[in-house]
Design a binder for this molecule. Structure first.
Ligand SMILES: Cc1cc2nc3c(=O)[nH]c(=O)nc-3n(C[C@H](O)[C@H](O)[C@H](O)COP(=O)(O)O)c2cc1C
Length: 270
């Protein structure tokens, strides 16, 4: 079976899980092609799905959904009735609408979704002082990622599709959640006037075309607050403000403590 694994990963967490999933599918005998769809340019490539029997999509959870840049890109695809599966990484907070809303998007593009899964990963906002899921993913997460690939392979060659719990949230409610997530960063990534070697990595790797390397500033309208530029700057000159206050606020709002976070588990949805 020829399998295409498409993954979006701003700070490298989803990429780690994608690698494990890719290796596990290879062990089942699949011929696996891995493709990074993180940067704006990556997603402008034309993906010919014809040679593939099935597709796997992997993204982080951003404010209860797949990142906006990915959702917009999915709307341009033609699934040709192919089977697919989704996996997500997240920082230990809420996930619920993500699986269902991404399934809906993919079905609208003529894909058949056979399974989904979620894995714990270092929260992106830890780069600004949060303390969620540090050290994840680890071996325990990789083990479940391997199981997910083995089970999904059986789904790809079998008849069953996934049934996911519906969400009652409207797209408008989720959009407003997303905006508050973006606004959590009161100061978007900036060099704050510091000079840099102009390697252009920040601009080239930006998923939403928001970063201007020359000025070192981002366009607030386009930015999805994914911190790809901060995580990938080789000179470490891009900074965000210290947002640890919003960590306590968010933890209180979602009634999350250090202990309850430790109880969070990876999940496979069939
Ligand atoms: C804008 C934004 C919103 C996020 N929203 C959520 C969320 O709703 N729930 C959660 O548990 N984690 C959330 N996260 C954390 C990421 O899902 C998590 O850190 C992910 O593993 C990062 O993967 P990546 O490095 O592949 O991009 C969010 C991160 C960002 C940047």
């Amino acid at each position: 079976m020829k399998l295409l694994i498409l993954y979006f990963s701003s700070t490298g967490i989803t990429k780690k899980i994608a690698k494990v999933i890719g290796d596990a599918f290879t062990k089942t005998g699949c011929q696996v092609t891995m493709s990074d769809i993180t940067s704006f340019a990556d997603r402008q490539r034309i993906f010919d799905l014809k040679p593939y029997h099935a597709v796997v999509f992997g993204t982080p959870i951003n404010s209860w959904r797949a990142p906006r840049a990915v959702r917009e890109w999915i709307r341009t695809l033609n699934g040709q009735g192919k089977k697919c599966s989704t996996f997500f990484t997240y920082g230990g907070f809420a996930v619920h609408p993500t699986h269902y809303s991404t399934k809906q998007l993919l079905e609208n593009q003529n894909f058949i979704v056979v399974s989904s899964s979620e894995f714990l990963g270092f929260h992106t906002f830890n780069l600004g002082g949060w303390k969620a899921m540090e050290g994840r993913p680890d071996e325990s997460d990789f083990k479940v990622a391997t199981e997910y690939a083995q089970i999904t392979y059986k789904r790809f060659i079998g008849e069953d599709n996934t049934i996911l719990a519906k969400t009652n949230y409207t797209e408008e409610q989720l959009d407003s959640m997303e905006s508050s997530g973006f606004n959590m960063l009161t100061q978007l990534p900036t060099r704050g006037g510091e000079s840099c070697g102009m390697c252009l990595v920040c601009e080239e790797s930006c998923p939403s075309g928001a970063m201007n390397a020359e000025s070192g500033e981002v366009d607030r309208e386009k930015c999805i607050a994914c911190l790809d530029c901060v995580a990938n700057c080789p000179e470490n000159v891009l900074k965000i403000d210290y947002i640890s206050n919003s960590w306590s606020f968010r933890a209180e709002m979602e009634k999350i403590t250090g202990e309850s976070m430790k109880g969070q588990k990876n999940k496979i949805y069939l």
